[in-house]
Design a protein around this ligand. Sequence first.
Ligand code: GRG
Length: 304
Amino acid sequence: MVEATMPSFAELALPLRQDIDEALADAVGNSGEMPPRLNEALRYSLLGSGKRLRPIMVLLAAEACGCSRAKAMPAACAVEMIHAYSLVHDDLPAMDDDDLRRGRPTCHKVFGEALAILAGDALLTRAFELLAVEVQPPVVAASCCASLAEAAGAAGMVGGQVDDLEQEQVAPSGDIEQQLQVLISIHRRKTAAMLRVSLKLGGIVAGATLDQLEALDAFGRPLGLAFQIVDDLLDVGGVEAATGKRVGKDHGRGKLTFPGLLGSEESRVQAASLIDEACTALRPLGPQAAGLESLARYVLERDR
Ligand code: GRG
């Protein structure tokens, strides 16, 4: 639909990442009140070489609804802060116990477990402070806070993480279709909720209509699932130097994954079909949504 004007994601993302990185660095500057070591730990975790997909989604969703990217920047930073906190906590020994993230030792390996937990806590709370203080008018800020809390909290990402941890403790039961449904339900909350809310926040700050918000969500639902399928494929066939994290971990631990259930080839076919579905859902937003379509194609092709 918007193929003729579709920019390459690499071209599109480069300046956006630079703007996002600058805004993130400003948002976690130390006014003098913060213990220096804590500031170091949260900057280490937030300002590493992440893809910045979620904040880019906020900016592109706002743009798709006719709003300037600058206006959406505080919401973009808030989403990336929640994401960074979730990675720091996910890497802890009590959770995924990882020593490599974004190509560097994980936060707890560098700063110790206690400071890593607290750096995660500080990022989580700073995200909501940023929304409350920087988004105008206050009613829009409140709506952003409520949506982000819902997606990141017990019924969203945190709940999905709990389901995932519990699922690791039980032997798989049911046929492939039933196990697939369990996997989809875990990732709908653990991974997709944060991707969907990134789009929603872009829409909210842009003052989107209900139809525009629905189109963004109809795009985000299949995109979120496709993102996770590709993540599982990278765990099986990805290269550590590119992903910046250990590969083969989930597969090696016998975790429920899409390639584990469907095989790599079928997983790739499913991911491609979900990305097509996502791009079709963008139609009502017209050419302003070209950036989102470009991002969706990248999600399928990414190697990190
Ligand atoms: C600890 C509350 C809590 C939640 C953890 C996000 C998460 C839930 C776990 C991370 C582990 C994981 C591999 C999740 C699946 C997909 C995912 C979120 C991958 C990492 O996101 P990317 O690829 O990472 O966007 P970058 O580093 O580019 O930001």
